[in-house]
Design a protein. Structure first.
Lengths: 487, 334
């Protein structure tokens, strides 16, 4: 290819100019990352190769590479790719609307020559709302992604409604693609789970976006055969195939087969439109959250943090704000679609641009979050107890400080499971905390709660909690999804 | 104003409790939100799909026919009032719903600082000439071919969802064509430009790309190759798209016909106005036929195949590599 494109052998020399935006957070600083000038870089997928090259795809169909501040375009003309991952053998995989594709640079000039279809084993109509979200690879070499619901579309491509449908197989399903290219539908009922991530144990997670049947955005653990809640998808489930409109099944029947999300992400408070989760694989080099998940929001400039535990064999846990944007925030500039940990253990943030994707805010492109080494004072994770919760902190609490239940505002609620778009908080009530006890090492606090109920979100708001240097908690709110009580 | 419309408007103006909330629900449930914000400054540097509804309300606030205009736009579609996009008739709305929406929009006003500066959107978009690395020119969302071919996957009019647009530079014939990855075949050819990606790229995105120029050739229906003697003219063989390889920038399409790998390239010679399809296969000993539509038989030619009624039969020793010339008549504009 280089013979035809001598100019392509040149490279962008825009250095990786990073400028700190704020020092408000002594543990994490947000920096802008320079991107090629004049390029609309709505980031829709990112991964690093083993030799430290960033591969980045955009909604406009380009794939860029960057190393040592040098950008070049690796591929172009993809159909709104919404995921990219680098395989264990260095393969570049992208999920574009019509297919999963491997991009191969056959002549080694740094530009892909072969756009190889790995699978197109799912149906397509030309709908504006048919995304192929992805993409991660597991240890066995299988690729994983999700298919959004279809938006009803007029013959010329214009949207004809905001509802999501699954009239073609396998819309609203998660899927696996074997190394041989076999397409395997995996779990169903995802309205629009924008992206997919894997934790250290190999568990697969995707965050569905609020809408019909999705009361608030929610993080699902995807296991084979799971039904995550949107009944449209059941059209392609063997149990319901050919048995009429599954959206008309009684809700009680759907509730019985529905797997609850591992974590609800409260709408309007934490997340309106979550992107792809990414696991902290830095083993502590990004701070004290190794193994936890981070996830951005396409509408609001916010990065959330999720700490899971297993209760009765099922994942559930808490979500927390991590870094925020806005005028009072910590420097994030726009809605966030994709995250990836860089070889230098910083967290690279890919933002999408104009349009409904982030409600008209400017600011496509890249930022990154760099850990300073100063441990932040945060709730590290929440561990369910038989009679309450144990809050684990990243640092020991001030030993002289008296602790009282007044310092913990606890409430519970749930979101309605129904065909309507979204849900308010249902049965919101204040929950009494009858006892507060600090552990001997000062790093955890046990809260006694008289009545714990499964199927609820417990919202914590702490005040007046300080570490031994007198510093207050960086983020004092948390949301624990309680699906399973300890038996 | 005719009495019927007057009565309709009169009834629309009757206040109904909770109508604002109902209209806001319709705004979401009926798809308005896909293209319109409710209240947002009109940014002259940004392409918008449709105007913010508060800007519409503000514009017609003092217009005695304002409500009627909004209602007509909802019912019959609109265009030319706000930028270049047309709004299709919202024919899925019931009379009641379109009335509720129209009245609600008519009452909306833009917030401070969000003035009706829509005129600025009429300014020509800024030219963004990319680095020579890009190999294309993007004038706003209009993509132009420069000196290298372009291959864009996008939704195209008249093609399956799995569509591929190819644009060739002047030295390679200067045409553009649509290839269906689902049907593994050429669909049509156009000239005069490449694509406008506005509706595919901006706003929510994901609409069809616009074809710039004039379509002058449509390929006959159906996949043209048949392998073996037991062939069915009407029924396509089993086809599986495998991707494409860029050869000097032009795509060599890769697919399987009944499990046999086939590759296909297209070349256009502008001086002789000839489109040639080049096929390669491997290890096929059965006869290969290229089907020719009965009404267009005469123009097809190949030195690698023998002419028969309804098809060209590839010479057995040419099975692994053969070319077919396809007749293209360009109708010149009067």
């Amino acid at each position: 290819m280089s013979r035809m494109f001598p100019s392509l052998t040149a490279v962008f020399l825009s250095a990786l100019l990073s400028s700190p935006l704020t020092q408000a957070n002594p543990s994490y600083r947000v920096e802008n990352v320079a991107v090629p000038e004049g390029v609309v870089m709505e980031v829709s997928g990112m991964d690093y190769s083993a030799d430290g090259v960033l591969y980045l795809c955009t909604r406009r169909g380009d794939v860029w590479t960057q190393k040592d501040g040098q950008w070049r375009r690796f591929a172009q003309g993809l159909h709104e790719p919404m995921g990219l991952c680098i395989g264990s053998k260095g393969q570049v995989f992208v999920s574009q609307r019509p297919e999963i594709t491997q991009l191969i640079d056959e002549d080694g000039d740094g530009v892909a020559d072969l756009y190889q279809t790995i699978t197109d084993g799912f149906s397509m109509i030309a709908s504006f709302h048919q995304y192929t979200y992805g993409l991660v690879q597991d240890a066995k070499g299988d690729l994983w992604g999700t298919l959004s619901g279809t938006g009803k579309t007029r013959p010329d491509g214009r949207p004809a409604g905001a509802k999501a449908f699954a009239l073609e197989p396998y819309r609203m399903w998660s899927f696996k693609v074997s190394p041989k290219g076999e397409f395997v539908p995996w779990s169903s009922g995802l309205r629009s789970a924008n992206g997919i991530g894997m934790n250290l144990e190999g568990g697969l997670f995707a965050a569905d976006n609020q809408g019909e049947w999705v009361g608030t955005s929610m993080l699902h653990h995807l296991e084979q055969g799971d039904f995550h809640g949107h009944p449209e998808a059941l059209r392609w489930d063997d149990r319901f195939k050919g048995k009429g409109d599954p959206a008309k099944l009684p809700i009680e029947q759907l509730e019985k087969i529905r797997k609850m999300p591992a974590v609800f992400l409260p709408h309007g408070e934490l997340s309106n439109s979550p992107g792809a989760p990414v696991c902290d694989t830095t083993a502590g080099k990004f701070g004290p959250f190794a193994g936890q998940l981070f996830i951005g929001d396409v509408v609001h400039p916010v990065v959330m943090r999720i700490a899971l535990e297993k209760v009765n064999g099922e994942y559930q846990g808490a979500c927390f704000p991590f870094i925020k944007g806005g005028s009072q925030g910590e420097g994030l500039k726009a809605g966030i679609n994709r995250l990836v940990f860089a070889p230098d253990n910083s967290l690279l943030i890919g933002s999408v641009g104009e349009g409904n994707w982030n409600r008209g805010r400017p600011g496509t492109g890249l930022q990154r979050v760099v850990y300073s080494g100063e441990v932040p004072f945060e709730i590290h994770h929440i561990e369910l107890q038989k009679n309450g919760f144990k809050l684990h902190f990243t640092k020991a609490l001030d030993a002289d400080q008296m602790l009282s239940s007044d310092q913990v505002a606890l409430s519970s609620y749930h979101y309605a499971y129904h065909a309507a778009y979204g849900s308010p908080k249902m049965e919101l009530k204040t929950i009494a905390v009858s006892g507060v006890e600090r552990s001997a090492d000062g790093k955890s606090v046990t809260l006694d709660v008289a009545e714990l109920e499964a199927g609820k979100i417990y919202q914590f708001s702490l005040k007046g909690i300080a570490d031994r240097s007198g510093k207050a908690l960086r983020n004092a709110s948390a949301y624990y999804t309680l699906n399973e009580l300890i038996k | 104003m005719r009495p019927a419309i007057f009565i309709l408007l009169f009834s629309l103006l009757q206040p109904v409790l909770g109508e604002t909330q109902r209209a806001e629900q319709l705004y979401t449930s009926q798809g308005c939100a896909a293209c319109h914000q409710i209240n947002q400054p009109v940014d002259p540097n940004k392409v918008m799909v449709g105007p913010p509804l508060a800007a519409v309300g503000s514009r017609y606030a003092d217009d005695p026919k304002g409500l009627e205009t909004i209602l007509t736009s909802l019912r019959q579609g609109g265009g030319g009032k706000w930028g270049q996009n047309e709004m299709p008739p919202q024919s899925h709305l019931t009379k009641e719903h379109s009335g509720q929406l129209a009245r609600w929009i008519f009452t909306l006003r833009q917030e401070d600082g969000a003035g009706d500066n829509n005129k600025a959107t009429q300014d020509p978009p800024k030219t963004v000439t990319h680095s020579p690395l890009i190999g294309e020119k993007r004038l706003g969302t209009v993509v132009q071919v420069t000196d290298t071919p372009l291959v864009y996957r996008t939704y195209l009019p008249g093609v399956s969802a799995r569509a591929i647009a190819v644009g060739l530079p002047a030295k390679m014939g200067g045409i553009s064509y649509a290839f269906s990855a689902a049907g593994c075949r050429l669909l049509y050819v156009w000239r005069g430009g490449f694509l406008d990606m506005e509706k595919a790229w901006t706003g929510h995105g994901g609409w069809y790309a616009g074809i710039i120029g004039e379509r002058f050739y449509h390929a006959p229906a159906g996949f043209p190759l048949r392998i073996g003697n037991a062939f069915d003219r009407e029924e396509n063989p089993q086809l599986e798209f495998k991707g494409y390889r860029l050869v000097e920038g032009q795509p060599r399409f890769l697919y399987e016909v009944d499990g046999r790998p086939v590759s296909q390239e297209m070349r256009y010679d502008a001086s002789s106005k000839t489109l040639t399809l080049h096929f390669t296969t491997s290890n096929i000993t059965e006869p290969i036929r290229f089907l020719v539509p009965s009404d267009r038989q005469t123009g097809y030619a190949s030195k690698d195949a023998e002419r028969h009624p309804g098809h060209l039969l590839v010479h057995p020793d040419k099975n692994s590599r053969f070319s077919i010339q396809v007749p293209i008549q360009i109708r010149l504009q009067p």
